[in-house]
Design a protein around this ligand. Structure first.
Ligand SMILES: C[S@@+](CC[C@H](N)C(=O)[O-])C[C@H]1O[C@@H](n2cnc3c(N)ncnc32)[C@H](O)[C@@H]1O
Length: 220
């Protein structure tokens, strides 16, 4: 499956889901930036029958982006909605709710505060990630997690800036990070980190968070 969704994060998504399930949390799931579906396919496995999975993607070339990494590396082989749908239907019987367009057109007037998991993996531009973060803040329920991709990737300083601005000015609580940032706006649920991770604590901006290193086969 083309994409950038790593096994380490798949395990963490599942661990968060288990913690939410154990706490009796029910809520919807949103993904911004689904590309060919690798992370959305997992999210659909985490969805319960009384919950929705909503995905949003441009499904087309970005011409205005300041981030030319993907142009230089030609890393998006096929951005079509059709490819996403074909891949998704290889694993699931029906499609999620699909919004084709920029995440900047989404607003809290379209959605209610019903989301327990929000995965933000769309634009890397600071202004757009900032807008995605504020949207997530308005949609996430207590016990929910927001996850930002590319928090410490060389070509994505806009993501790093927008997310840490959210921590400093918008009450976002950092919980852990891989190359994704996992946070929340409420008391973080206790998540049992799978054995395949080594955990290192850090005091940052008044919070204690962990960075997690994935070392399969090596207990913490
Ligand atoms: C890194 S890919 C997503 C990868 C996918 N989540 C995975 O794990 O394989 C980024 C996606 O974000 C989409 N995108 C870029 N800017 C966007 C925007 N403003 N709104 C919605 N989607 C956007 C791109 O079309 C692309 O499909």
């Amino acid at each position: 499956m083309p994409g950038w969704f790593e096994r380490a994060d798949a395990e963490l998504f599942s661990a968060i889901d288990l913690a939410q399930r154990t706490a009796g949390l029910v809520g919807d799931i949103l993904e911004i930036g689904c590309y060919q579906g690798s992370s959305a396919i997992l999210l659909e496995y985490l969805r319960r029958s009384n919950e929705r999975l909503v995905v949003c993607d441009l499904f087309e070339e970005v011409t205005t982006t300041l981030d030319d990494f993907h142009d230089r590396t030609d890393s998006y082989s096929d951005l079509s909605q059709e490819s996403f749908e074909v891949n998704f239907l290889r694993f699931h019987k029906s499609l999620p709710e699909i919004i084709a367009g920029s995440s900047t057109t989404l607003s809290s007037s379209n959605f209610k505060r019903t989301f327990r998991l929000i995965h933000i993996d769309g634009s890397h531009e600071y202004e757009i990630v900032r807008s995605d973060l504020l949207l997530a803040k308005s949609l996430l329920i207590p016990g929910g997690f927001v996850i930002f991709d590319d928090i410490i990737t060389l070509h994505t300083p806009g993501v790093t800036a927008a997310v840490w601005e959210g921590v400093i000015h918008d009450g976002l609580i950092p919980v852990f990070q891989t190359h994704k940032f996992y946070g929340t706006w409420s008391d973080p649920l206790e998540v049992e980190i799978p054995e395949d991770f080594k955990r290192f604590a850090h005091d940052v901006c008044g919070h204690t968070m962990s960075h997690l290193e994935y070392v399969p086969g090596s207990p913490e």
